[in-house]
Design a protein around this ligand. Sequence first.
Ligand code: SF4
Length: 346
Amino acid sequence: MTMTDIKSMTQEEITDALRAMGEPAFRGKQVFSWLHKGATDFAEMNNLSKPLREKLGKEFTITAPTVARKQVSRLDGTVKYLWELRDGNCIETVLMSYHHGNTVCISSQVGCRMGCKFCASTIAGKVRDLTPSEMLDQVLFTQLDSEKDISNIVLMGIGEPLDNRANVLRFLQLVNHPEGLNIGMRHISLSTCGVVPGIDALAEENLQLTLSVSLHAPDSATRSRIMPVNNAYDVEELFAACHRYFKKTGRRISFEYAMIDGVNDHDWQADLLTERIRGMPGHVNLIPLNDVVESEFKPSRRVAAFQKRLESHGLTATVRRSLGGDIDASCGQLRRKEMEAKERGQ
Ligand code: SF4
């Protein structure tokens, strides 16, 4: 018999399941609360009777990842967790501390099938989607391990969130629950590489979260070179979806733009980017690239000039502060190292 993943269930679903076992409605609330405080075994739920705890243990499982590796930056305290899931797969979560609070960057899939040329997470493709509970666990167990309250979440780790939309939407519902971690939608950002149908579907949900688009180039020739998703949904289609999203939700979109030397840092590209965003309040986040020896892409020397050019057109453009420079903080690097070590039998 396959056991049901209880932490992926809503409070209402848990209540219904318990009611079917002949239990009163308030039991659902109690179990939900235990799960969202990090209980890893029904035996811990000491306000439930022993027979009920045993019954639950036979029907449901409780997910709980273990720390496979943990790196702490000596420069700024950024922590990178490599979690091992119960099937042996590994995912990454990064905890960053800013003056306005603690942010976790979580993964939404094991691996990724989007193929962005600058990303280590996609090298071995997608293995599987994460369940809502496995996304929630990253927030919950990072909070418990670090003893720091998490106030913000970014879905910007391994995976494309809109390629696992149903589970991501359920995770958002769970993490936002007042009797759970109660993290407000306005404190959550979801990043996509540009899956157009997913953006349209998300618009229909009309959530108060921040949509962030990993853009990296305003023209299709350049974007297709670095992001294969552009061959499925090109820049014109992507911006049309962004404008529809703004029209529907009224929410400002953030555009992520990694600055690559001689590839996407020309003045004409700043001008084209401005044109594309015109008509909605967009924010451009310029990301200075790390100098990775094996990479064909080198850090741009025109970050300040590009920012100035955007600002001269009236756009808001910021340069992202890079955290965790001394650890493998870029998406997918730590998991990749672990996979290579496993392949070598270490
Ligand atoms: S950048 Fe994001 S969408 Fe692109 S391959 Fe990496 S994880 Fe996937």
